[in-house]
Design a binder for this molecule. Structure first.
Ligand code: CTP
Length: 311
């Protein structure tokens, strides 16, 4: 079987795809993108189905719902749409370019072709696309050699300013390293250390840091990610008084599994416990929600006893 035929089979096997694919007929070119392609290549399945349309994504979504039934939710602000029909759930977005006017701030976006859409992404393993329309079904678009990095276990940025443009990618790199047991290549790691020693996360809003940090703490391999956080001084980049302790994160997460406490918030409390007083304001700035904030702050003052308290 050719590679394209094999990938086409993997696409068809995704939930609801057998019904989605025929509805793309006559619409602008559609591609599976981002983590969905990565996971399909790695494991033959994916949790999220992200589709990029080289054209108007919301009008494509409307056509799909007319043909398929189900329902759609349009997200005005980003020009994207979610379609749900039975076991099918798909997010559609128009292919776009991004311009970072200020480091750390959300980028300005405008429609552009697929290659620019892939070129704006965080890492090579997330910068691939798989054709979904007509004869291009299963055709892999891989302009940044993501496939090779996927088989070599490498996390690699696409350009030298990636972490400065979007420092949340520093946390994403740790998360993917831990999840897949991958490693940043030397150049990417150097850029990560430089970004950490420079502006760090100071250019990013608290809620954006929160989302990536909680995603990281949600990974089964979170302690390994926290270990790397310390090695690369990314803890100090989050806050000069934050000292990441992977053993403590591991033990509180284990203990919370036993008691039914939230392992993600417990992991965050373990980080804050390195200096609860100095980190109080930083924690507030994450905008967790009052109850969660208070729970983390209360747990954090227990410091090294935190794990036994949870147990
Ligand atoms: N992305 C990016 N920079 C970010 C966040 C996301 O370039 N700071 C791109 C990546 O190409 C990523 C895609 O947007 O693959 C979707 O992001 P997200 O949903 O956060 O990640 P997934 O790829 O779906 O992977 P996972 O949720 O498994 O981490």
């Amino acid at each position: 079987m050719t590679e394209t035929a094999d990938l086409a089979d993997r696409v068809r096997a995704l939930p609801g795809m057998d019904r989605l694919l025929p509805t793309l007929d006559g619409l602008p070119p559609a591609f599976l993108v981002g983590g969905a392609v990565r996971d399909l290549l790695l494991a033959g399945q994916t949790v999220d189905i992200d589709v990029a349309i080289e054209g108007d994504a919301r009008s494509a979504a409307r056509t799909i719902v007319e043909r398929l039934g189900g329902e759609m939710v349009e997200h005005e602000r980003f020009g994207t749409a979610t379609v749900r029909a039975g076991d099918l759930a798909v997010d559609l977005a128009t292919t776009r370019r991004e311009r970072y006017v200020e480091p750390g701030a959300l980028p300005e976006v405008e429609p552009a072709g697929l290659s620019e859409d892939l070129g704006r992404r965080d890492f090579t393993i997330n910068a691939m696309a798989l054709g979904l329309s007509g004869d291009s079904l299963g055709v892999l678009e891989d302009p940044h050699d993501g496939r090779e990095d996927l088989s070599d276990g490498v996390i690699r940025v696409l350009h030298g300013k990636s972490f400065v443009d979007d420092p949340t990618r520093l946390l994403r790199a740790l998360r993917y390293e831990a999840r897949f047991d991958f490693r940043m290549d030397d150049q990417t790691e150097r850029l990560a250390r430089e970004a950490a020693a420079g502006a760090g996360f100071s250019t990013v809003s608290g809620p954006r840091v929160r989302d990536e940090l909680l995603d990281l703490l949600r990974e089964p391999g979170a302690p390994a990610a926290i270990q790397r956080m310390r090695e690369l001084s990314l803890d100090r980049a989050l806050h000069p008084d934050l000292e990441a302790d992977p053993e403590l994160v591991a033990s509180v997460q284990l203990a919370s599994a036993e008691t039914g406490a939230d392992p993600v918030l417990a992991g965050l409390a373990a980080l804050v416990s390195s200096n609860p007083r100095a980190l109080g304001e930083w924690l507030e700035d994450l905008h967790l929600g009052r109850r969660e904030n208070d729970a983390v702050a209360r747990a954090a003052v227990k410091g090294p006893q935190l794990a036994s308290t949870l147990r």
